[in-house]
Design a binder for this molecule. Structure first.
Ligand SMILES: [Zn+2]
Length: 126
């Protein structure tokens, strides 16, 4: 696992703030919001596979949205009570990087909406 200093060196300011300090990128600005190529999205920090393009959809929220994770153990859910709301935070199960939140207003079959910051993900079509 990388130290905070190493991460700071290797990530952009925004990437560091989102993945390590649970910040949120501005909606409609992320690299993967309007991006629908076929491939795999992995954790920017540790490389663990998190989402497949097959479950990606446009939720209109301004952030990349998925209705399922790639593997039932890829992502961990924590209760987040910041900003006066109870939300379910999603983090990489391998390195605890903050990814975004999961909501119950997604499409079938799961009914889930994984709302993810583009800058916490790395896309690959290999
Ligand atoms: Zn990770």
């Amino acid at each position: 696992m990388k130290s905070k200093e190493e991460l700071k060196k290797n990530l952009s300011d925004l990437e560091y703030r989102v993945t390590q300090e649970k910040s949120t990128e501005r909606p409609f600005t992320g690299e993967y919001y309007k991006f629908f190529e076929k491939g795999i999205y992995s954790c920017l920090v540790c490389g663990q596979n998190l989402f497949s393009s097959e479950t990606k959809y446009d939720s209109g929220s301004g952030w990349p949205s998925f209705w399922d994770q790639i593997d039932p153990i890829a992502i961990k859910v924590n209760v987040d009570s910041s900003h006066g709301m109870i939300r379910e935070e999603i983090v990489c199960a391998n390195c605890d990087s903050h990814l975004g939140h999961v909501f119950d207003d997604g499409p079938k079959p799961t009914g889930k909406r994984y709302c993810v910051n583009s800058c916490s993900l790395l896309f690959s079509n290999k």
